[in-house]
Design a protein around this ligand. Structure first.
Ligand code: KIV
Ligand code: ZN
Length: 390
């Protein structure tokens, strides 16, 4: 049987860290309900200790959501962890996600702690979190730039103390797929108790490789959880995009051989909701959820798709929640696409000669206008009829 790939959505936590993307409690709750409909496995609802507003949002989501595990982020200290546990009290299934930086750079320059102090803090934090739940995740922040020997030592400790998910963070999007995948693999091979934890990846998109790095973490490294956000929202250039990972795994099941529990028909509604609440538009050519992701503009492509959709479509628009694929009529469109649109609009022309004439009018118009809408077609057909009557 195929392994399951756990989809951990962090739109409400890391996604909200996008400058300008902050959300109210009510907005977060609406998104959380949509994420539940999408059937993600884990919803990271926020960072309870970061503000009272975040605490309340995590609490409201924990109380409302029943189908997904609800998670709160917490720094590796007792206060943060207790606050996360308090906010998660009402959850049917709760997870505490604790983290601390492990790279030499972050430990020395940011935390001003020695590696030994960080190691000890990880031990204490995971142990403390386990008092509240057996579902504890630990992340070494800046993991991809951390010393391998040190990482092995601290992650072994985290697992010994009861962390059940180990999440390797490529915090600054520095990873390269093969290297990042091998990093996860080496950790899993070298850490003696590694099989007691689910391995997870959390990649940022600074070099545009978050999805590729995450999938390498899965395929090379053996990770079975991917942390991601709707529309790839997140700090700086964003996080791994949920829709891209899910549809890659689904579409290339032949290669990945993994199960994802997501209801893909809820992807586009989730994308639109996140975009409208945050005010972050989705670029038209964004994979899966961009307005053009299923639009065919060139005549050759339109003709192919009208004859057989598989010619230029590797996924179905309906499967990700679009109403259908979109044939965009413009100057590159062919006669076949034009005839198909006439049919869809219920326009029946008397003869092939009339179709040819209408097509010529359409082409003339398309030379002047980038996209031809249904109203334009109605207008040009009426014009043609009026011309004949005159
Ligand atoms: O990018 C990062 O390192 C994080 C951690 C908290 C997992 O978001
Ligand atoms: Zn992050």
């Amino acid at each position: 049987m195929a392994d399951k790939l756990i989809i951990f959505d962090t739109t409400l936590r890391d996604g909200e860290q996008s400058p300008g993307a902050s959300m109210t409690k009510e907005e977060k709750l609406r998104i959380a309900k949509q994420l539940e409909k999408l059937r993600v496995d884990v919803i990271e609802a926020g960072f309870a200790a970061s503000s009272n507003g975040d605490f309340e949002a995590v609490r409201a989501i924990a109380d409302a959501i029943t189908e997904s595990t609800v998670c709160s982020l917490a720094r590796a200290n007792d206060r943060d962890i207790a606050r996360a546990a308090e906010a998660l009290k009402g959850a049917k299934s709760a997870r505490i996600h604790t983290f601390i930086a492990t790279s030499a750079l972050h430990m020395e320059k940011k935390l001003r702690m020695t590696p030994e102090q960080v190691h000890e803090q990880i031990r204490q934090a995971v142990r403390y979190a386990r008092n509240f739940t057996d579902n504890v995740e630990f992340s070494p922040e800046d993991g991809s730039r951390s010393d391998m020997d040190f990482l092995c030592r601290v992650l072994e400790t985290a697992i010994d103390e009861g962390a059940r998910t180990i999440n390797i963070a490529d915090t600054v999007g520095y990873g390269v797929p093969e290297l990042f995948g091998n990093l996860v693999l080496t950790l899993r091979n070298r850490i003696p108790n590694s099989d007691k934890a689910v391995w997870s990846v959390h990649c940022h998109n600074d070099l545009g490789m978050a999805v590729a790095n995450s999938l390498a973490g899965v395929m090379i490294g053996g990770a079975r959880q991917v942390e991601c956000t709707v529309n790839g929202l997140g700090e700086r250039a964003g996080n791994t995009s949920l829709e891209e990972v899910v549809m890659a795994v689904r579409t290339r099941r032949d290669y990945f051989d993994l199960e994802v529990g997501v209801d893909t028909t809820q992807i586009v509604p989730a994308s639109k909701l996140v975009s409208s609440i945050t005010g972050f538009p989705v670029q038209p050519n964004k994979a899966v959820v961009g307005a053009n992701a299923f639009a065919h503009a060139s005549g050759i492509h339109q003709d192919g798709v009208l004859k057989n959709r598989d010619t230029y479509e590797i996924m179905r628009a309906e499967d990700v929640g679009w109403s259908a694929n979109k044939i965009v009529l413009g100057k590159l469109s062919g006669r076949n696409a034009f005839k198909q649109r006439l049919k869809e609009l219920g326009i029946e022309l008397e003869s092939e000669q009339e179709v040819n004439e209408a097509f010529q009018r359409f082409k003339d118009l398309a030379d002047r206008k980038a996209e031809i809408f249904d109203e334009d077609i109605h207008a040009l057909v009426s014009e043609q009829a009026a011309h004949h009557e005159a």
